[in-house]
Write a protein that binds this ligand. Structure first.
Ligand code: G6P
Length: 619
């Protein structure tokens, strides 16, 4: 995790760096720091424990001038979140300052070796090892910083995205990456000069330029004030930068009048899903057009099975995808926690299709899982939201969600986007395989088309949850229940509550209650049950009765017009009727809102919950 920003050009760097850090705070907010080279060529570093705003306050009377700088927002891995462990880190001489995102796995060995050569470490971080090592190589091999960084990075095991300032070369920034993302923004100013921006993603850059270069694994770049950019690999072989135009607007990154990104993103879902579906559903010819699938039809048609690797919310969406793909396309699907899959020597056949589902496209475990699958010859398909992300680039083919940037740490619109995309994928394969009747296919395609309107309806009928949520601030536990397609929704509802309110919550298949969890039920226990008037309605009504007779407090999600569950439940949220397979897209909305309002009632920071980060680039 962690976020990196950098700037070199004619403007004042500090405001650009601070704004950029705010945009990257979703990646971690344990501490923040900035390094600046002033006009007199001195190098200042300012750091603060906590959020970027704490850093801003701490520098109020300090010299923050300078047109070159690097900055960092941290999600602590090695060493507690304090000022000493905050980045940037100085080298022994104080000439170099470095920020880092990732983990240096062999840092202990390197540290011990450097200590033997007299290097003194000030922090407990793995990062300080990097900057000390680079300087050590520079001094002992008498080479320039670029060459020293190349050499040093060759001895490093792990993941890094770094940016370095050098007091002795005050007109350049060096950046490099391996397995952690790094983007360079290139802007030609009005006076014909070129300025460069660095970011862990494009969000700190997009305000200034849409011309970007994604640095590749084991590439190192040097940008200087004269507008020159050189990129090589670690063996000093020159690389040709692929400059791209990024399609993202600044508006998409702002809160747009909502108090929190999470609430904005919940309410954005109808539009986000419209965009996700646009051009992919051909209502006239009744077809699904997913180029990523159509271009590799044979791979899917001949697939022995599909394995989906994901983490967190993406794993829940994948489980719904499994149910749908198996039902519609009749291909066996396994859903794996990427973190488990990558380490357990799984059986992977060359005719397996392995799908990575990841909002950020940067989750380290998911990336490693697909790399493992690739080494065993499987065909890799990516379902990501962030365009140009590492997973999107590491896969053979794929589909973007196109739901727009998701900033709130708790995933909402990406979840519904993933469910829709997996449904489209299932339908596209089913169409090719003819595993669904025309009638069923048309029914599903037509229903998918109206899902955004039904999401809108659901939002309008469930928006006033604030006072209801107040009643649950006492709760220490929650249970979420669902069956069939709604079991993964129960898991997702429970995760949303845990993440942002810090209330313990369990998602369970409703019928499993009697095998243990029902012992937890008493008058204190809120139980959220997804009970649409569909497939297993009678069965879920029986499950509700079992809870009711043990005095549990029932919050139910029901189909509009339901009367039976309304009689039994303490509170009902309504959703419009839809096909079983699409209920998750609607049922999840009241759950997202409930979690949001309970968290607000408890005074939590919903966009930046404690201990979490949006993009988990460490394993
Ligand atoms: C983190 C985020 C979750 C997300 C998970 C997987 O834990 O806080 O919201 O579901 O990572 O992330 P991905 O980007 O791979 O979907």
């Amino acid at each position: 995790m962690c976020g990196i920003v950098g700037y070199i050009g004619d403007r004042d760097a500090f405001p650009i760096l601070i704004k950029g850090l705010h945009r990257l705070e979703y990646r971690g907010y344990d501490s923040a720091g900035v390094g600046l080279i002033h006009a007199d060529k001195t190098l200042s570093i300012y750091k603060a424990k906590g959020k970027v705003s704490a850093l801003e306050q701490s520098v109020e009377n300090k010299d923050t001038t300078g047109t070159i700088g690097i900055a960092h927002t941290r999600w602590a891995t090695h060493g507690e979140p304090n000022e000493t462990n905050a980045h940037p880190h100085f080298s022994q001489s104080g000439n170099l300052a470095l920020v880092h995102n990732g983990i240096i796995e062999n840092y202990k060995n390197i540290r011990e070796t450097l200590q033997k050569y007299g290097r003194v470490f000030r922090s407990e971080t793995d990062t300080e090892v990097l900057v000390q090592l680079i300087e050590y190589v520079q001094e002992t091999q008498k080479c320039d910083l670029f060459a020293a960084t190349q050499q040093a990075l060759k001895t490093v095991i792990g993941a890094y995205a770094i940016a370095i300032l050098d007091k002795n070369n005050p007109d350049q920034i060096i950046a490099a990456r391996k397995a952690s993302p790094l983007v360079i923004g290139v802007n030609k100013t009005e006076n014909g000069r070129t300025e460069y921006f660095i970011g862990s993603d494009a969000s700190p850059i997009i305000e200034y330029t849409n011309q970007i270069i994604y640095l590749q694994d084991e590439e190192i770049a040097v940008m200087n004030r004269k507008g020159k950019l050189k990129i090589t690999n670690l063996d000093n072989v020159k690389q040709t930068p692929q400059q791209q135009t990024l399609q993202m607007s600044l508006d998409e990154l702002e809160k747009g009048g909502y108090p929190h990104f999470m609430l904005k993103e919940i309410f954005e879902q109808p539009d986000a899903i419209r965009t996700c579906i646009r051009g992919r559903l051909d209502i006239v010819d009744q077809d699904v057009l997913l180029s990523g699938i159509l271009d590799h039809k044979e791979k899917f048609l001949n697939a022995r099975r599909i394995i989906i690797c994901a983490c967190g919310t993406s794993w829940h969406a994948s489980l719904i995808g499994k149910y749908f793909i198996e039902e519609a396309a009749q291909i066996p699907v396994e859903v794996e926690y990427a973190s488990e899959f990558r380490y357990r020597n799984p059986v992977i056949f060359p005719d397996d299709v392995v799908i990575a589902v990841s909002q950020s496209g940067e989750t380290a475990d998911t990336l490693a899982a697909i790399q493992l699958a690739k080494s065993k010859g499987a065909f890799l398909y990516g379902i990501c939201n962030v365009i140009g992300s590492s997973i999107a680039r590491a896969t053979d083919s794929g589909t973007y969600l196109h739901v727009g940037p998701e900033i709130g740490v708790a995933s909402t619109k990406a979840f519904t986007g993933q469910v829709i995309t997996l449904s489209l994928l299932g339908l596209a394969i089913a169409r090719e395989k003819k595993s669904l009747s025309d009638e069923m296919f048309h029914m599903l395609v037509n229903e998918l088309q109206v899902i955004p309107d039904k999401m809108q309806w659901t939002l309008e009928h469930n928006k006033d949850l604030a006072s209801f949520a107040q009643m649950f601030t006492y709760a220490k536990n929650f249970i979420y229940l669902g069956r069939g397609y709604n079991y993964p929704v129960a898991l997702e509802g429970a995760l949303k509550l845990k993440e942002i309110s810090y209330i313990h919550a369990e998602g369970y298949p409703a019928a499993e209650m009697k095998h243990g969890p029902i012992a937890l039920i008493d008058e204190e226990m809120p139980v959220v049950v997804i009970a649409p008037k569909r497939g297993m309605y009678e069965k879920i009504v029986s499950n509700i009765q079992e809870i009711k007779s043990r005095k549990g407090r029932i919050i139910a999600i029901v189909t509009e017009g339901d009367t039976i569950v309304k009689e039994l439940a303490d509170k009902c949220f309504v959703i419009p009727d839809t096909r079983d397979c699409f209920v998750p897209l609607l049922a999840v909305i009241p759950m997202q809102l409930l979690s949001y309002h309970i968290a607000i009632a408890k005074g939590r920071n919903v966009d930046q919950p404690r201990n979490l980060a949006k993009s988990v680039t460490v394993e």
